[in-house]
Ligand binder design. Sequence first.
Ligand code: NAI
Ligand code: MG
Length: 341
Amino acid sequence: MAVMYQAVYRRASSLFCRLHSTYVRKMRYLNELKEDDSFCRQAQTSGTFYLFHNLSPFLQEVGRKYLVPQLSATEMKRILEKFKETEQWIEKSVLIGCSDEHIPHFALDLGALEKSAIESELKGSFTDLRKALFVVDEKDFPLLASAQALLRWHDSHQYCSKTGQPTQKNVAGSKRVCHASGITYYPQMSPVVITLVSDGSRCLLARQPSFPLGMYTALSGFCDIGETVEETVRREVAEEVGLEVESFWYSASQHWPLPSSSLMIACHALVRAQQTEISMNSLELEAARWFDLEETVEALKRDHRSSKQEDGSFLPWFPPKQAIAHHLIREWVKEQASRTA
Ligand SMILES: NC(=O)C1=CN([C@@H]2O[C@H](COP(=O)(O)OP(=O)(O)OC[C@H]3O[C@@H](n4cnc5c(N)ncnc54)[C@H](O)[C@@H]3O)[C@@H](O)[C@H]2O)C=CC1
Ligand SMILES: [Mg+2]
């Protein structure tokens, strides 16, 4: 028995070492690409490219699936030649990751070229990000989200906000520098707290007027400058539904590219069971109410389409699994179900 245990242990730890060293080597490689312009320029000649057009990602519909194609450097060169563009275009690309074998991945926006001509050449279409995020395979979601966010950041940070002079990107696209003032700009995300409030047996979900009809989600809000996550959770819950948070705990986080880069910090919060009367802030919210376990489980089974009633009204439904709000709601259901089991 001890021998068998040792063999299993040895196999597990050697697997861990292998995984660990692959990961560490990959992170070191990416860091080097960001820091060393000539190394990164060299890497562009053997990398793969994800294409965008005015910030819409290029997708290919294959059967019922939407794929996110990667073009080789040779293919990229061929396309640019075909459109009579020079290879200098490649320099506009930004580094978004690499494979375990250190093949670097770049994203490139071809917004200045004719959209339909590229689409027919490459047999696919540039798709609005809002749609693209929900139709691609789950594993492609973070890649599309961060690539688009980085391209958007570069697009809107072409000038120094102090001198008004143009800024230059480094080859990897991990920063921009204003040579007149010496200021370095780094891509930014705004921290947002998203909180699923519970009173112990129900959870509180709300909707803003701009949401698709019938969709409810957890409360969210941007962190004010200087605030801690704890302070934002308490403030947002007080501001939006007039309740006092007693305790809260962190669950997970997610980068959310829409409408501009946010770091969503997802938390569960408890309010006192005796103080659950909602006083909704109607400047921001259109509805806010408590959902019991059964109603939450039912709403999780619906989507935008299946929630539509014959009379045109909508039963409540929640954001799809790609959104961290969905993860929070599922986590709450699981915890409630295990408590009542
Ligand atoms: N991934 C997910 O599951 C979810 C993501 N979200 C995202 O969270 C974000 C924040 O949610 P809200 O409830 O709308 O925030 P919120 O409750 O803070 O209200 C938005 C208002 O805050 C102000 N504001 C303060 N700092 C801002 C900044 N850095 N950028 C833009 N506006 C700022 C503006 O006046 C804006 O109208 C949104 O971008 C939304 O897309 C929201 C819910 C679910
Ligand atoms: Mg809000």
